[in-house]
Ligand binder design. Structure first.
Ligand code: SAM
Ligand code: SF4
Length: 319
């Protein structure tokens, strides 16, 4: 289904929980978030119904995110139910990878097509500091063990996401690029967005993605993949993707609709507007989703001086 600006809305991102086993400094408060009561959070069946009606309205791709989707009880059931929806061509998950080793095989068997794994630094100690990780002494090694398990389970085209943060990981850009030498990963640098926790961060943390090209001038442009501009170093197996939501807005190409764990539809990541769908079923649910698509805002002029108007932290929206 098209919105009023003739954009085809075919991609639904579902935050299946706002809880997480990490506390990334730019995403979540240190003390975590208050757990929604059982009645407030969408059930597996409700998520499946919303996904199914969205698919009838034209959604072809669904991404499960969070919080951390792999800590959601029933995640495998959710995957199975969504992958059985005939119109859904691609089911993806964005995960921090901490539990991937344990879940990779089940996720694949439940019909998940692709994985995006967030990893902002390749150094264990820095990772523990940035994510305030308390669950592993060697989290980066655990993520790579998860990636190996995912490959063994049959996942291909694994994407690694790194949020570029001035003073935290801009000194590792070439290390990330070198990781693509013998590995077919697409490593995507994402500009830090001024939203939630990060909205009050110092300007120096917000780097344009051009920084990657300055630090790795040997990268050659090779095309585009969705909202990412793709680059590659000659002779390297993998690629580098640059996603620039702050310095190069992609609102005119936006094909997304978002659903929060407590059942609110968001047609724009940065708008305050949210539409509750929890408790709606059948025709009423369909009409509400269709209306949300029709009324998707044209754009949002995100920038350091104009932070997101979304009232939520990213762990509640899912990125
Ligand atoms: N927990 C999972 C993970 O980290 O991959 C899924 C949820 S997380 C909110 C989804 C993505 O949003 C992650 O790649 C994370 O780095 C990114 N993210 C969170 N806050 C962000 C911000 N302020 N700017 C840019 N990306 C952000
Ligand atoms: Fe958790 Fe992902 Fe947010 Fe980090 S970015 S706190 S892993 S939800």
């Amino acid at each position: 289904m098209k919105d009023s600006y003739k954009r085809e809305i075919n991609y639904l991102r579902i935050s299946v929980t706002d809880l997480c086993n990490l506390r990334c400094r730019y995403c979540m408060p240190e003390h975590g978030v208050e757990k929604f009561s059982h009645e407030k959070i969408l059930s597996v069946e409700e998520i499946a119904e919303i996904a199914s009606i969205s698919a009838e309205l034209g959604v072809k791709k669904i991404r499960l995110t969070g919080g951390e989707p792999l800590v959601r009880r029933g995640i495998i059931d959710i995957c199975r139910k969504i992958s059985e929806i005939p119109q859904i061509e691609e089911l993806c998950i964005t995960t921090n990878g901490m539990l991937l080793k344990q879940y990779a095989k089940e996720l694949r068997e439940a019909g998940v097509d692709r994985l995006n794994i967030s990893i902002d630094t390749l150094q264990n100690e820095k990772y523990k500091d940035l994510t305030r990780c308390k669950i592993s002494e060697h989290p980066v090694d655990d993520i790579f063990a998860g990636i190996e398990a995912a490959k063994k389970a049959g996942f291909e085209n694994i994407k690694l996401n790194a949020v570029l943060i001035g003073g935290w990981n801009d000194d590792e850009i070439t290390d990330f690029v070198e990781l693509t030498k013998d590995n077919p990963y697409q490593i995507r640098f994402i500009e830090l967005m001024p939203i939630g926790e990060a909205a009050s961060w110092d300007k120096r943390s917000f780097l344009p993605n051009e920084t990657v090209l300055e630090k790795a001038p040997e990268l050659k442009a090779i095309g585009e993949s969705g909202v990412a501009k793709l680059y590659q170093k000659e002779g390297y197996e993998g690629t580098i993707g640059l996603i620039s939501p702050v310095n190069h807005h992609f609102c005119s190409q936006c094909n997304r609709l978002r659903l929060t764990a407590d059942g609110k539809l968001k047609a724009c990541l940065h708008s305050k507007k949210e539409t509750p769908v929890k408790g709606l079923h059948g025709e009423e649910l369909r009409a509400t989703i269709a209306n949300e698509i029709s009324n998707k805002p044209e754009n949002y002029d995100l920038g350091y001086d104009n932070p997101s108007s979304s009232m939520r932290n990213m762990n509640q929206i899912g990125g």
